[in-house]
Design a protein around this ligand. Structure first.
Ligand code: NAD
Length: 234
């Protein structure tokens, strides 16, 4: 694919880009995430009903990050950001920190981050590398417990205004490793302008595959570095 070097890019990633780093995807097998139904661990109702289970689930996810490393796909996107002359916004649905550790900086975590905690009273957001539970008080106000800084189902994703502005203006929209089940990200295609080019890179065609102009099927660690090299003309 050839594009002018100052073209504006928006790249969306999902759990599939981190699969080869050893972090399990969510819907791939049976709708379970690490053997839990999402409605038991990833909704505000679940947190009200059984906070101990939800804290434990995210404590385990947070700990599992320690054993995972950014893979060739994360590294290729960080390289693209360094070498691309136009605007590049990377939007991830992932709550892991593998894009951050690979070196991506113009990055929005629309579903929050495992390594942060948010106060349920004053909403202060804190870096949180350790476990948390019902008794973990907010370091800022001390009034309430800190919860995982994760956007659960039925909650509003973060930074949507910036994301939609970038989508409207972009020349290329690329979707990588996402199943197309989870909205609003699954509907980003509808927000791009009529002149923008659209590409999906995934292990299998996503639910939204037919909406993209081009689809490439394969593993992220192979497809993404090749796609980045193509964009950079190398
Ligand atoms: P998903 O789990 O619904 O779908 C993953 C997609 O990636 C599938 O279409 C699958 O075919 C594809 N895939 C699997 N392995 C791949 C590979 N090696 N290369 C390329 N593609 C591959 O993921 P989603 O659409 O991102 O939605 C899941 C939701 O769950 C997100 O909101 C996310 O916050 C959360 N989640 C996050 C993580 C993480 O942070 N690593 C992991 C699981 C779930």
């Amino acid at each position: 694919m050839t594009l002018s070097r100052d073209a504006r890019l928006v790249i969306l990633t999902g759990a599939g880009i981190s699969a080869e780093s050893g972090l399990r995807t969510f819907r791939a097998a049976d709708g379970l995430w690490e053997n839990h139904r999402v409605q038991d661990v990833a909704t505000p109702e679940a947190f009200q009903r059984n906070p101990a289970l939800v804290y434990r689930f995210y404590n385990e996810r947070r700990r599992s990050l320690g054993g995972a490393q950014p893979n060739a796909a994360h590294l290729a996107l960080a390289r693209l950001e360094r070498e691309w002359q136009g605007d590049l916004l990377l939007v991830t649905q992932n709550v892991d920190d593998l894009h951050d550790r690979a070196g991506s900086r113009n990055l929005l975590h629309m579903h929050g981050e495992l390594l942060k905690g948010r106060c349920q009273s004053c909403s202060a957001i804190h870096p949180w590398p350790d476990d948390m539970d019902v008794d973990t008080r907010c370091p800022t106000c001390g009034r309430a417990a800190v919860r995982p800084h994760i956007v659960w189902f039925h909650e509003l994703p973060l930074e949507m205004e910036r994301i939609y502005q970038a989508l409207e203006r972009c020349d290329l929209f690329v979707s990588i490793g996402t199943s197309g089940h989870v909205y609003p990200a699954a509907g980003f295609m509808e927000a791009v302008g009529p002149a923008a080019r659209t590409v999906e890179l995934n292990l299998e065609p996503s639910l939204r595959a037919s909406a993209f102009q081009e689809g490439r099927i394969g593993k992220a660690t192979e497809l993404v570095p090749a796609f980045v090299a193509e964009l950079l003309g190398k």
